[in-house]
Design a protein around this ligand. Structure first.
Ligand code: GAR
Length: 211
């Protein structure tokens, strides 16, 4: 069994997709869901699935290292093989990132390296992009900058707004994130020298893609 710890800050729709597709299947155990906010709906989703739901509150802690140390202690109690960031909206310290080197992944709502940071859907609309999407990547010290594993594209239409694009992107996120978790837990996916590898083969800038 591979132990997976999922970190969330909010709704947790990606968490739900991961629970539905991966939990207790094919050697994957979601050992815990940890949130930095006690009202994160992802905690309710975890409890409904019988998964440990833990809050490590960030409110009132201004020192990032102090918070990340607490978070590490909570995570390591579950002896995780993989840390999954699923809408965990905090910037992580280098010490935290190094501690989970090559075993922490994130999903970001843009076709990286485009639109790191926030408000990605509105920025893509404002730029007149016709194609947008989402990326799963290994986490490195560079914000939203680690090697891409898998991306999914969505169209942007004339009449779209940030909400309609958000929904279209999330639909794709729910497809690709569980798939990447399966790959990692099967031992097919690794990170070496800052590169993502699938079955030992280096992935390109857009990650694993089929024609
Ligand atoms: C997802 O769309 C994810 O791409 C985004 O937060 C959302 C969480 O939704 N993550 C980031 O913006 C990280 N930079 P969810 O809570 O419903 O899974």
């Amino acid at each position: 069994m591979k132990n997976v710890v999922v970190l969330v800050s909010g709704n947790g729709s990606n968490l739900q997709a991961i629970i539905d597709r991966c939990h207790q299947k094919d050697g994957i155990n979601i050992a815990a869901v940890i949130a930095n906010k006690e009202d994160a709906y992802g905690l309710t989703r975890a409890k409904s699935a019988g998964i440990d739901a833990v809050v490590v509150p960030s409110k009132g802690i201004t020192d990032r290292s102090e918070y990340d140390d607490k978070l590490m202690t909570a995570i390591d109690g579950y002896q995780p093989d993989l840390i999954v960031l699923a809408g965990f909206m905090r910037i992580l310290t280098p010490a935290f990132v190094q501690h989970y080197h090559a075993k922490m992944i994130n999903i970001h709502p843009s076709l990286l390296p485009k639109y790191t940071g926030l408000n990605t859907h509105q920025r893509a609309i404002d730029a007149g992009d016709k194609v947008h999407g989402t990326s799963v990547h290994f986490v490195t010290e560079e914000l939203d900058g680690g090697p891409v594993i898998l991306q999914a594209e969505v169209p942007i239409f004339e009449q779209d707004n940030a909400d309609t694009v958000f929904e279209r992107v999330q639909e794709q996120e729910h497809r690709i994130y569980p798939l990447v978790i399966e790959w990692f837990c099967e031992g097919r996916l690794t990170m070496n020298d800052g590169q993502a590898l699938m079955d030992g083969l280096m992935l390109g800038d857009a990650g694993y893609a089929t024609e």
